[in-house]
Ligand binder design. Structure first.
Ligand code: TGC
Ligand code: FAD
Length: 386
């Protein structure tokens, strides 16, 4: 009989190294994240030292090569994201922002000096990075950003506000995207630079075990050596987003797996009307639909991962994965929540935490509507953004 957690034997499609990474990250989540996460979520914190722990496991910038980065495959990176998010999306977000956004920006677009200065320390989790693209008035449409960088002698002076920035308040370095006379450019800004400040965003009911901040840049002066020399135009930050979106395609299947496993176990033991609720047809319909989408979404992630490793994954295919897998993970979480009845609304079980987290994941890294329109443009040739 097929395994209820791996009905299609997807496990058999992984190689030994990929299974080893999965087991290592799963054990870290079991021992370090799961016993603490409900409390962190309730308190609205994520301990900063998690950075060094993720670094020690080789999970920061893990698919980047050189500069003390592990140089793992895209699939291995995806598997790590899946296991981290089975713990909590806040932990996966930490790794995504550090590795796929901040480190990737430096790795892809930075100078040798920038790479040598930041990447090894960031891979070890000694230095933490954030990625400032979104602004209060420009979320889905970053092309309109108001943050400016103007030349002043040999320096640049940056003014503006970035909003909803993961890791912002405890970052050592911010990748800041700003408009210049020559279009959008990226800057590597140490957070100790005069004029740089942050405000933590409180009262979130989603992704609570993650620091989210406003970044204020008030005449922040940096030398030209802080500019990412190879980043030109909006394509720069969007290239970084492809990397982080890829991790999300996998990550959300981890959250969905946690919800499905919890609901399945609960349904087998919870008795109503003198029988386990798993024996009711309506519960079985929910569980089976959850299993179908979980397995299909995981296969999709693996397929896209293999394409990425072969160097032929197109950004619109990343949009396909992000749109589908986040949408289905949220549907799985909602059905799982209902199976637990009243118990489903407490932090005693992981489901409502995952469900609330997934609302942020649906919105960040491009909303579902934006990814739908990206795919719509790809198949019709017509852009419907504006
Ligand atoms: P458009 O004219 O289409 O493109 C401008 C330039 O960018 C190129 N491009 C891409 N390059 C690489 N990858 C992609 N996915 C790309 N998409 C477009 C494009 O070829 C063009 O290049 P060039 O050389 O011709 O200039 O741009 P547009 O202004 O029409 O916007 C397109 C749109 C709406 C798809 C884009 O703006 C978008 O993706 N908006 C969503 C914004 C977003 O996702 N923000 C995320 C912020 S970071 C975040 O959320 C982190 S959460 C972290 C966590 O905790 O995990
Ligand atoms: P808006 O762009 O105002 O969109 C509101 C609604 O309008 C959405 O449903 C959207 O899909 C819809 N909409 C907008 N335009 C269109 C259109 N053309 N057609 C149809 N519908 C449309 N950003 C960063 O730069 N760095 C980070 O580290 C980061 N971390 C985040 C962490 C969290 C917890 C959250 C919640 C957000 C984070 N973000 C970050 C910001 C995130 O990327 C934005 O919230 C997202 O891009 C959407 O922007 P917005 O919130 O301004 O919504």
């Amino acid at each position: 009989m097929p395994d209820a957690m791996d009905f299609l034997e997807i496990d058999a499609l992984l190689d030994d190294e990929e299974r080893l990474i999965r087991d290592t990250v799963r054990a870290f989540v079991r021992d370090r994240i799961s016993p603490n996460i409900a409390r962190w979520f309730e308190e609205g914190t994520l301990p900063r030292e998690i950075g060094r722990e993720l670094g020690a496991l080789g999970l920061l910038g893990m698919h980047l090569h050189g500069y003390e980065c592990p140089g793992a495959s895209a699939v291995a990176y995806g598997i790590a994201c899946m296991e981290l998010e089975a713990g909590d999306a806040g932990v996966r977000s930490f790794a995504s922002v550090q590795g796929s956004l901040a480190m990737f920006a430096i790795h892809r677009f930075g100078s040798e000096e920038q790479k040598n200065e930041w990447l090894p320390a960031m891979a070890r989790g000694e230095k933490i990075g954030c990625f400032g693209l979104t602004e209060p008035d420009f979320g889905s449409n970053p092309a309109g950003m108001r943050t400016t960088a103007r030349r002043d002698g040999a320096d640049w002076v940056i003014d503006g506000t970035k909003m909803w920035i993961t890791n912002g308040s405890f970052a050592d370095v911010a990748i800041v995207w700003a408009n210049t006379d020559d279009g959008i450019a990226g800057f590597v800004v140490p957070t100790t630079t005069k004029g740089f400040s942050t405000n933590a965003i409180h009262r979130k009911l989603s992704l609570r075990a993650s620091v989210t901040s406003e970044l204020i840049l008030d005449s922040v002066r940096v030398p030209d050596s802080a500019r990412l020399p190879s980043a030109r135009g909006l394509g720069g930050p969007l290239a970084c987003l492809n990397e982080a979106r890829f991790g999300i395609i996998w990550g959300v299947m981890g959250a969905a797996r946690s919800c499905y496993a919890t609901a399945l176990e609960y349904a087998k033991t919870r008795v109503q009307f003198d029988r386990p609720i798993a024996g009711f047809q309506l519960t079985q319909e929910k569980l089976v639909n959850m299993l179908l989408e979980l397995q299909k979404g995981t296969l999709l992630a693996l397929h896209l991962g293999r394409m990425k490793d072969e160097g032929r994954l197109h950004p619109t295919q990343v949009s396909f994965g992000k749109l589908n897998n986040v949408r289905e993970a949220l549907a799985i979480a909602r059905d799982a929540r209902s199976i637990l009845g009243a118990n489903g609304v407490t932090l005693e079980y992981p489901i409502i935490r995952h469900m609330n987290n997934l609302e942020s994941v649906l919105t960040y890294e491009g909303t579902s509507e934006i990814h739908l329109l990206v795919i719509g443009q790809a198949i019709t040739g017509l852009a419907a953004f504006s």
